[in-house]
Design a protein around this ligand. Structure first.
Ligand SMILES: [Zn+2]
Length: 185
């Protein structure tokens, strides 16, 4: 499934210079089909840096929402798959972090963390394997991102400052994709 549209300048830049937070993986930018709609997201197919395959297990820190549920869109009893998320290659076992709400993206780098509860114990790998696509979205203009990245220091670059990150994990054996989406600004 390929999106149709035309990358914004910021998305195009990210496609060629992906966020450092994705650097544990081999990334293949997925160019959209031509269309008139502006696309502010750069999407990447995720591969294993060690063996080159592209099937992964997806880790999270699940928690059952209490009553009343403090989690947006989740009812009491629903399971919230908390970040951070790691991917583990189904073939060679190489693993790396794909998203950490505490350190990644606009608020992770500039604001001391995105507004999500993170887990630290009880990491669980969802049944897979999955093919994984990650989309980083940029609604802030590139020149402003440059200034913000420079002010953040620590080697941050403009494309590290995505304001949304979506992980779409499609089961290799069929079934509904697992979608993890975070507003990071
Ligand atoms: Zn591998």
């Amino acid at each position: 499934m390929r999106e149709a549209g035309t990358w914004t300048a910021e998305a195009k830049r990210a496609a060629g210079d992906p966020p450092a937070s994705l650097s544990a993986f081999a990334l293949t930018a997925i160019a959209p089909d031509n269309g008139p709609e502006p696309l502010s997201s750069a999407s990447f197919g995720i591969g294993c840096k060690s063996c080159g395959r592209d099937e992964f297990e997806v880790a999270s820190f699940p928690v059952v929402a209490p009553d009343p549920s403090p989690y947006y869109g989740l009812a009491p009893g629903d399971i919230f798959l908390r970040p951070p998320h790691r991917l583990r290659c189904s073939h060679c076992g190489n693993a790396g972090t794909i998203f950490d709400a505490r350190t990644d993206g606009y608020d992770g780098i500039l604001g001391g963390g995105c507004a999500y509860e993170s887990g630290s114990e009880g990491e669980d790998f969802a049944a897979g394997p999955f093919k994984v696509i990650v989309s980083a979205t940029y609604n802030v203009e590139g020149s402003e991102l440059d200034e913000l990245a420079a002010s953040a220091g620590g080697g941050a670059k403009a494309t590290d400052l995505f304001d949304w990150l979506t992980i779409i994990a499609t089961p290799v054996g069929g079934g509904s994709p697992l979608e993890l989406s975070y507003e990071c600004a």
